[in-house]
Write a protein that binds this ligand. Structure first.
Ligand code: SF4
Length: 298
């Protein structure tokens, strides 16, 4: 969560459940076959169940990224509609640190929900934003989770966003994390899937895997096939893109939004939304033109 009091978007500006479905249908018509609901936190929407029910009718795999707090309430809906791939955002295994990072005293609930998902056979990835000085003493504990549980860890390098206190000295590279992990575990490289954002590894003998999302140290924009649609219906063709196209207003006025989606894809920059030089971390936070992460979604 950002440090300052965050002002949430009024409901009238957000896509309704029907609009989410109709937009998604158009994207599927253009060839999208995977839809991930992210946040902020998707489970806080009162109509989350309705949205899932509608999206489940589309010829696409539906996936979810969540902070895990409300999973127990929505488990029957997720099972019913086969939303079986869950990414859980969990930056620490320490309850006090969790409270500091998230401003919520909910570690125990998230932990028991994580176990609930594993018991029910969900494919579980844990997203850990790795910040230098915060993650080092937790790396081995995280990897230990993969020994007996089929958990897929993903350590995400710290990235520059508006108001997130970006400083390149807070980045810990995948290489540095691997060196710490290698001090206790024998780690092997696994084959990465096409268009994967993560470089996958495994500690020998463990059930789960670990991976690194190396946005800052080794960019992978050439493999990127992702588009984002914000809660208020704006398409972003890159996580770091500053150009957005307002699909929702066009949709509400009856315009052809397929053409706008294609236009957005065609305008995608070669890398990093055209905002940073590939391979460079010398980014001035004052010049970043982007939303904060909480209003983009994962
Ligand atoms: S193009 Fe943008 S969204 Fe895609 S991998 Fe690069 S930075 Fe991420």
């Amino acid at each position: 969560m950002p440090l300052e009091n965050y002002r949430f978007m009024p409901h009238s500006k957000l896509m309704s459940a029907d609009e989410v479905y109709n937009m998604a249908k158009i994207f599927c018509h253009l060839g999208v076959n995977k839809i991930r609901l992210t946040g902020g936190e998707p489970l806080v929407r009162k109509d989350f169940g309705e949205i899932i029910e509608k999206l489940a009718q589309l010829p696409a795999q539906i996936l979810l990224t969540t902070n895990g707090i409300l999973i127990d309430e929505y488990l029957p809906i997720l099972i019913k509609h086969q939303v079986s791939n869950i990414n859980l955002s969990l930056d620490t295994l320490n309850a006090e640190k969790f409270k500091l990072i998230t401003k919520r005293n909910q570690f125990d609930r998230v932990w028991s929900n994580m176990q609930l998902l594993l018991e029910k056979g969900f494919k579980l990835k844990i997203n850990v934003v790795a910040m230098k000085g915060l993650v080092e003493d937790e790396l081995l504990n995280f990897v230990e989770l993969t020994r007996n549980w089929p958990i897929h860890l993903r350590f995400i390098e710290f990235m520059p966003f508006t108001d997130n206190g970006w400083d390149k000295s807070k980045v810990i590279s995948a290489e540095a994390m691997l060196a710490i992990i290698g001090s206790r575990y024998d780690v092997i490289k696994l084959k990465d899937e096409p268009h994967a954002t993560a470089k996958k590894y495994m500690a020998i003998g463990h059930q789960g895997t670990l991976a690194f999302i190396t946005t800052m140290s080794q960019q992978f924009c050439g493999e990127c096939n992702r588009l984002r649609l914000t809660a208020e219906g704006k398409i972003k063709n890159c996580l770091f893109g500053k150009e957005e196209i307002d699909l929702l207003s066009s949709y509400r006025s009856g315009a052809d939004i397929e053409a706008l989606i294609k236009q957005s894809v065609q305008r995608k920059h070669f890398s990093m939304g055209g905002q940073f030089i590939e391979g460079s971390m010398d980014t001035n936070p004052q010049t970043i033109e982007n939303r904060s992460m909480i209003s983009i979604g994962g």
